[in-house]
Ligand binder design. Structure first.
Ligand SMILES: Cc1cc2nc3c(=O)[nH]c(=O)nc-3n(C[C@H](O)[C@H](O)[C@H](O)COP(=O)(O)OP(=O)(O)OC[C@H]3O[C@@H](n4cnc5c(N)ncnc54)[C@H](O)[C@@H]3O)c2cc1C
Length: 142
């Protein structure tokens, strides 16, 4: 007997699962094929945590990250499970990259602020801040 499938995604890691979710939301009948069991440790997506840092200076990349944050919100609402701990990110260092990152974040509507060194030292005790400090504010869950 032949079976005709609409859309097949090979690999049920983070990328395949995200692709399958996006395709099914567009009305496709998706078959996700994974060679190992759920939560296996032989790929790159296992483990309990990942860091989601929107601090990049390429505007196209940051725009995709902003879109992904909205999709994480939707996934949390659909699943009823809190998936992101919205902590914010502090970036610290020399050079002009932080200015570019701040500009790219502003264009994408992600709130970020430069902090005075003393204020940063007060907020994150144990880190010695002696360069510029860019704090990417925690994104609000919708
Ligand atoms: C230790 C570690 C820490 C990381 N930390 C971060 C982080 O903090 N932030 C961040 O953004 N990223 C992080 N990454 C990267 C991120 O986790 C990976 O980029 C992401 O998980 C890759 O997902 P993937 O679906 O491409 O690959 P995988 O998770 O490897 O999924 C591929 C899947 O395809 C399956 N497969 C392959 N071939 C076949 C086949 N022929 N038939 C059936 N199934 C098949 C495999 O079994 C596997 O399950 C980290 C990665 C690692 C390893």
């Amino acid at each position: 007997m032949n079976t005709v499938l609409d859309t097949v995604v090979i690999g049920g890691g983070a990328m395949g699962s995200a692709a399958a979710w996006a395709l099914s939301r567009r009305g496709r009948q998706v078959t996700l094929v994974e060679q190992f069991g759920p939560g296996h440790k032989i790929g790159a997506s296992h483990g309990a945590t990942r860091n989601l840092n929107p601090g990049y200076h390429q505007p196209d990349y940051v725009a995709m990250l902003a879109e992904s944050l909205a999709l994480w919100d939707e996934l949390e609402q659909e699943s009823g499970v809190q998936l992101l701990a919205r902590t914010g990110v502090v970036n610290h260092g020399p050079g002009g990259d932080l200015q570019k990152i701040a500009a790219a974040l502003a264009d994408a509507g992600i709130r970020a602020e430069f902090l005075h060194l003393a204020e940063a030292g007060e907020r994150w005790r144990g880190i010695r801040f002696d360069q510029q400090v860019l704090h990417i504010c925690p994104t609000a869950a919708s």
